[in-house]
Design a protein around this ligand. Structure first.
Ligand code: ARG
Length: 465
């Protein structure tokens, strides 16, 4: 039985081929369901191109201005819903050229002079990203500011810091949140770097080898507000480094969010109880009536896998591609758009969740007792009195062992005579030196958890973002 031929619209390249593809095959190679989001960027690219064609006398000036005007009209029609993207077309470029020709007849057919969809899509993609990246940066900055607001209110809120998920030394909630913010600040600057490098205009690269028509590449690049021209026409259509870079920057950011979420999930457990997520940012169980689950944190953690996957997909997509354009490149957008959408949603969700959470400061503070978090500071007390660190470490360790044997919760449970049995250098001031708050206050070097120092970190982070 003969398969159904495509009822879709005539492709731009139909002139060369006598047979139409089968419906399913046409849909398989189409990309409009993904690249339709480039619609306004593609219109902007076409408008700049056609205006330049008119200026250069490649097409009549009045045809150029007619096309430019119609492109504007299409823009507003799309926004007002008077023009709907028809997904029967192969891609957004084909659709827009179709509408233009339908509305302007032969004049519309002039728009593609000196251009290929290969440079057209490279331009539209970059224009889109030039808008998308600053939006991600704004969302990132807004999350950082929320974290820093919470930090600012909690520079004195003592909590245990962990290594190996074992209580290590006391820090503060503010110090912990600033650590998160540092990662996000680097993510912000990675996005800025990506933006800087992708800011070049490949328009005029044609299919791969430019064109014999006298295009003014500088003019179109300037109209589209690109910082520079791409250097080489083959690179112009083949390069997707910017997709790798952005997807990598996003995967790193998502990895950060995932780690923060892991903290949140642990903190929300009955065993820790450091955080109480608001009811509107929790979910229940379909069977266990008592449950209040940190689903949002878990899902953000889960979605980080997808952004890492998109990065791997892009690497795999590119690694075997001969120069210059290959249709494989059409797959780039779905992966990158997914990463962008995922990050944007996760940034907003994480912000909402953390902003509305209650931190259980009492519980955090009491968790600083019982795990001998003051042991390092006890050793450092002796170092300040001239004991070599390794020896001080041994003394503090034997104090910890003694406490455990005696069922004491902290080194300060030992009286001064017991302490002095281990080192004559212990004096009454040891008790004041090893309270959790004193331990935190004493670590006031740059980067440390002392309240004054963390206030400085908060300021520095606010300035950077
Ligand atoms: N939809 C295509 C893409 O995203 C546009 C370029 C098509 N070029 C081609 N020679 N088939 O890559």
């Amino acid at each position: 039985m003969a398969k159904k031929k495509s009822s879709n619209t005539k492709p731009l390249w139909a002139g060369r081929l006598s047979e139409k593809p089968e419906e399913e095959a046409f849909l398989f190679q189409a990309s409009i369901n993904v690249d339709k989001r480039l619609v306004f960027d593609d219109i902007a690219g076409s408008k700049a191109h056609v205006t330049m064609l008119g200026r250069q006398g490649i097409i009549p000036k009045d045809s150029a201005s007619k096309i430019a005007k119609e492109l504007d009209a299409m823009c507003s029609d799309l926004k007002e819903g008077k023009l709907k993207i028809d997904e029967k077309h192969e891609d957004i470029h084909s659709f827009l050229e179709f509408v233009l020709t339908e509305r302007l007849g032969d004049t519309g057919k002039m728009v593609h002079a000196g251009r290929s969809r290969n440079d057209q899509v490279a331009v539209a993609f970059r224009l889109y990203l030039k808008r998308a990246i600053p939006l991600l940066q704004t969302e990132l900055a807004s999350l950082v500011n929320v974290l820093l607001d919470i930090a600012e209110a909690n520079v004195n809120s003592i909590m245990p810091g962990y290594t190996h998920l074992q209580r290590a030394q006391p820090v503060t909630l503010a110090h912990h949140l600033c650590a998160w913010a540092c990662g996000l600040q680097r993510d912000h600057s990675r996005l800025a770097d990506t933006l800087k490098r992708l800011d070049e205009c490949p328009l005029g690269s044609g299919a791969l080898a430019g064109t014999s028509l006298p295009l003014d590449r500088k003019l179109t690049a300037a109209t589209l507000k690109f910082a520079r021209l791409s250097i080489n026409s083959m690179d112009g259509v083949a390069d997707r480094d910017f997709a790798l870079e952005l997807s990598s920057a996003i995967a790193i950011t998502m990895t950060h969010l995932s780690r923060f979420c892991e903290d949140v999930v642990i903190w929300a457990s009955e065993e820790f109880k450091f955080i109480e997520l608001s009811e509107s940012w929790s979910t229940g169980s379909s069977i266990m009536p008592q449950k209040k689950n940190p689903d949002f944190a878990e899902l953000i953690r889960g979605k980080s896998g997808r952004s890492a996957g998109n990065l791997v997909a892009l690497f795999t997509l590119l690694k075997g591609l001969p120069y210059a354009y290959n249709k494989d490149l059409q797959e780039d957008k779905e992966a990158l758009f997914d990463s962008i959408d995922t990050l944007s949603a996760c940034l907003r969700m994480f912000k909402g969740m953390i902003q509305s959470a209650d931190f259980n400061l009492k519980r955090m503070k009491s968790a600083c007792i019982g795990g001998f978090l003051e042991a390092t500071d006890t050793a450092e007390y002796l170092v300040r009195k001239g004991v070599p660190f390794r020896a001080a470490h041994e003394i503090a360790a034997s104090l910890v062992r003694e406490c455990i044997d005696k069922g004491l919760k902290s080194i300060s449970g030992l009286d001064i005579a017991e302490l002095r049995k281990n080192s004559k250098l212990f004096e009454e001031d040891i008790y004041k030196a090893i309270t959790p708050l004193a331990c935190v206050r004493a670590r006031d070097l740059p980067g440390g958890p002392a309240p004054k120092e963390v206030k400085r970190q908060i300021k520095q982070l606010r300035r950077k973002i």
